[in-house]
Write a protein that binds this ligand. Sequence first.
Ligand code: DAH
Length: 366
Amino acid sequence: MDYAETREEALARIAGTQDLGALETLRVEFLGKAGSISGLLKTLGSMSAEDRQTVGPQIHALRESVSDALTARKAALESAAMDAQLARETLDLSLPAPEAVRGTIHPVSQVMDELAEIFADLGFAVATGPEIEDDWHNFTALNIPESHPARAMHDTFYFPDAMATDAGKMLLRTHTSPVQIRAMIADGAPIRIIAPGRVYRSDSDATHTPMFHQVEGLVIDKGIHLGHLKWTLETFLKAFFEREDIVLRLRPSYFPFTEPSVEVDVGFALLNGKRVLGGSGDAPGHGWMELLGSGMVNRKVIAAGGLDPNEWQGFAFGVGVDRLAMLKYGMDDLRAFFDGDVRWLQHYGFSPLDVPTLSAGVGVRP
Ligand code: DAH
């Protein structure tokens, strides 16, 4: 017997199915327990060995091509069903534009972004440290020993004695300088970082809030000297205030963690009772304003950071971020920074689209 006809007919019916249900019905019809092809297979048992040898392979081949055709048709119908579903189901991910821009970027965030942009261009990475610090990192390692008057000057918020560790009492960091120690211990030398962040002191009036922001700068390398510090600060402040005529005055000062230490003043002009940065403070109608603290990193601090002070030198500086924002964008009461008054935020805040870039000038007038 020739099964070619049976096969052609079966394959044509399989090819003609339009849905998975009809295909399953066909599968049962051909290959199910009581299916027609299953029935043919059963006839093999009652055949003579000779017949079985010729007919057997034909029935098996028939069953195989029908089974292959069923599988192929099933895959084709499934993928057609998926395509149809994809074409049918669409998802609109767009949102209607808001009627008015709502959120703004806080001036402190804006200034921190500007600082990161300026210093990234000079090869500085941004480092961070914990706001809950220990006595060793905040004071001792920075050459401020137990009895040092600077400890009293910092009006420190301490945690209860019960929380003290081997590194001394726990406290809210009073400055970003402990990040110097953490960076040296974590990364070794050379180092070029800025560390912006929150700091805390028990102090409050129009120019002091218990929480405020500083940015620390630290460079550790070989052969670093005061000239590098002065150039870096000049380059930074010219880019930040977007004025080429920024003039700095370095005054000898004292910080336990730097030796020598310098306080940096910036020249301003008095225009209609307002201080406008730029020009020498010694010029007529001008003055000097104290801006930041800095100096060459004290040998003891380099050693506390786990480095050999005979091999590595560096400079550091610390400056108030809120103060930089006030000077650049003209606010006069620091407390307003942290009131969360939406009118203040709308007035002084920045558009989220005003991402600071050096090429466009880092700052945007609100
Ligand atoms: N940590 C000092 C402060 O809060 C600021 C400072 C001064 C940081 C001199 C420095 C520095 O890195 O060299 O008030």
